[in-house]
Design a protein around this ligand. Structure first.
Ligand code: PEP
Ligand code: MG
Length: 584
């Protein structure tokens, strides 16, 4: 196979070397046509047949359980679904597509679904449409089985050995595969600030997107080198390329290692001004990736990921276990639990929300919690029950108005009654309207945290997942910098602690700007903590204030960036000298 060099969008830095593993992810979109090599035809047909049998077995199990619970008549529907999977015509088509036309198993099923679609589209009437759904549904469960088999196959790879290839970088993709096996991720689509990107960065997985149809062009098993810093990806990389990439990766690990050993020291600037450094996590499992001693608690626990990894809603007791496990690792330190933030590009497969034309402007975060109050109350109850651990902070996402905050506080009262809830209560500022309402909001809360990922998307009216408008997504534009400075000032004046937990906080220039305008805390992926702490130790607070002032005064993003980058480059040079390495 020929060497192929591709250029894409840099999502997460670092160098990854491994063999391609084409992931079969099921988004709501069509499965792309993927061809297989002739020698893979027989094993692929077996994979498809096994998945069909597994789906059949599950349907038969559901049929038996339903018959017991509701009676034979109700159970008959599952019998009919099983019959769909036994259709000999469908089996003949699938066999031909895989064995003769060399379609991947999932692509063959998509072809079958398309065939049904065409057949029924040519007929009229509502009944026809629902029959079409009845025919498609069982085959969708075969796809689900294939997907599970796919994850199992990934588990058998060695540590850090796989380059995960998929059509789109979604949060589900990143959390579905065993993290320790993944050397890098490459995708056809996925914005720099999408949730998938945020998670890939926080796991420290080198990631590149915007690689045209890479999921169709790459073949499992190909040697691949991924340069997350430059966006260059090489398929069928030569042995020398693989070796030099591995050396580069080891050098980076060396710098990281040296910085990590100094990371227990509290975050501060060279003159001793404290900057609290916290972490963003998605699961108690993340706690195995770093030493909790290096941070001042958790600034953002994205609780929705604990929901996403499961087949159904967690009970209050299950939630208590998850939250308690995190609190136990941070005795005496704050742990900020963000209440369920689903909607937009984060969904739960067991909870369907209506199709929306503009999901980012729709039903997400707190808006959903105020509607589905039971879900919200169960979460609050679990957190209230964890208060004996100490340090529980509850934070609401996607707040727009002060009225919403009051409504949420009324709901908290239904849990606490006349007692003190025993937790600290705060909100995320992610919507520009909330920033402008901040003088009223600070009277209602114990703390504020700015989610700059969403804040930027709403300020600039650019979908954070949409590559077509990605150029306009500009966290370092003076327009954004000025609002951030305003938020820091309002909070300072009111004496309410303000932190930033969006991606800017873990970026060199972001950390400098945010500390310079007076945010007291920065919450970031654990991976960035040693580096940001080391950088802050190189500068005094007065010079950070001056740099921030100049950046906010600039009129273009280019000018603001060059001011910030000059300052971080000088500081980084000092860090590198102190580490005794010339590579960064
Ligand atoms: C943010 O919007 O900046 C944030 C931290 O939340 P998320 O990225 O999970 O939307
Ligand atoms: Mg957000």
């Amino acid at each position: 196979m020929e060497r192929l060099e591709l250029n894409g969008t840099r999502i997460s830095p670092g160098v990854g070397v491994g063999s391609v593993f084409v992931a079969l992810t099921h988004t709501k979109r069509r499965i792309p046509m993927r061809r297989i090599d002739a020698h893979d035809a027989e094993p692929s047909w077996k994979i498809l047949t096994d998945a069909r049998h597994a789906a059949l077995k599950k349907l038969e199990g559901i049929q038996a359980a339903t018959a017991k619970e509701l009676g034979l008549q109700e159970a008959a529907i599952y019998g009919a679904q099983a019959a769909v999977l036994l259709d000999p015509e469908a089996a003949k088509d699938l066999r031909r597509w895989v064995m003769d036309e060399l379609m991947a198993p999932e692509s063959a099923i998509q072809a079958l679904l398309d065939k049904f679609g065409k057949l029924f589209d040519s007929l009229e009437g509502g009944d026809m449409k629902s029959w079409a759904a009845d025919l498609r549904d069982p085959w969708n469960s075969v796809l689900e089985e294939l997907s599970e088999g796919d994850v199992e196959a990934a588990r058998s790879g060695g540590p850090g050995s796989l380059v995960l290839v998929a059509e789109e970088l979604t949060p589900t993709l990143v959390v579905s595969y065993p993290r320790e096996k993944i050397a890098a991720i490459i995708c056809s689509r996925g914005g720099r600030f999408s949730h998938g990107a945020v998670i890939a960065r926080s796991y420290g997985i080198p990631t590149v997107t915007g690689l045209d149809a890479v999921d169709e062009r790459a073949r499992s098993g190909q040697a691949c080198v991924v340069h997350g810093d430059s966006g260059v990806v090489v398929l069928n990389a030569t042995a020398e390329e693989q070796e030099s990439a591995l050396t580069l990766s080891a050098e980076r690990a060396h710098v990281r290692g040296v910085l990590a050993s100094a990371a227990k020291e509290a975050g501060h600037t060279s003159d001793g001004t404290e900057v609290k450094i916290q972490v963003n996590i998605e699961s108690p499992r993340d706690l195995d990736l770093f030493d909790p001693e290096i941070v001042n608690g958790v600034g953002l626990f994205r609780t929705e990921f604990a929901y996403m990894e499961r087949p159904s809603f967690p009970s209050v007791d299950e939630q208590k276990e998850i939250y308690g496990a995190v609190l136990d690792r941070f005795p005496g330190k704050p742990v900020t639990f963000r209440t369920l933030d689903i909607g937009g590009d984060k969904s739960l497969r067991y909870f369907s929300t209506p199709e929306e034309a503009n999901p980012a402007l729709g039903w997400r975060g707190l808006r959903l919690s105020l509607k589905w109050q039971d879900l919200f109350l169960m979460q609050i109850q679990a957190l209230r029950d964890c208060r004996a651990h100490g340090g529980v902070h509850i934070m609401l996402p996607m707040v727009t108005t002060v009225e919403e905050i009051r409504q949420a506080k009324d709901l908290l009262l239904t849990i606490s009654g006349t007692e003190d809830l025993g937790v600290r209560f705060g909100v995320m500022i992610e919507v520009p309207a909330a920033a402008m309402a901040l003088p009223d909001i600070v009277k209602e809360v114990d703390f504020v945290s700015v989610g700059t990922n969403d804040f930027t998307q709403y300020l600039f009216a650019v979908d954070r997942d949409n590559p077509w408008v990605a150029d306009l997504y500009q966290p370092y534009h003076p327009a954004n910098l000025r609002v951030l400075r305003y938020i820091a000032r309002v909070c300072q004046k009111a004496g309410v602690p303000a932190t930033v937990c969006g991606e800017m906080a873990g970026q060199r220039k972001g950390a400098f700007f945010l500390a310079g305008v007076g945010f007291q805390g920065l919450s970031m992926s654990p991976l960035f903590v040693p580096e940001i702490k080391a950088l802050l130790r190189q500068v005094d607070i007065e010079s950070l204030r001056e740099t921030a002032r100049q950046a906010a005064r600039a009129s273009t993003v280019k000018d603001a960036l060059s001011i910030l980058e000059l300052s971080t480059a000088q500081a980084w040079q000092k860090v590198v000298e102190s580490v005794g390495s010339h590579k960064t």
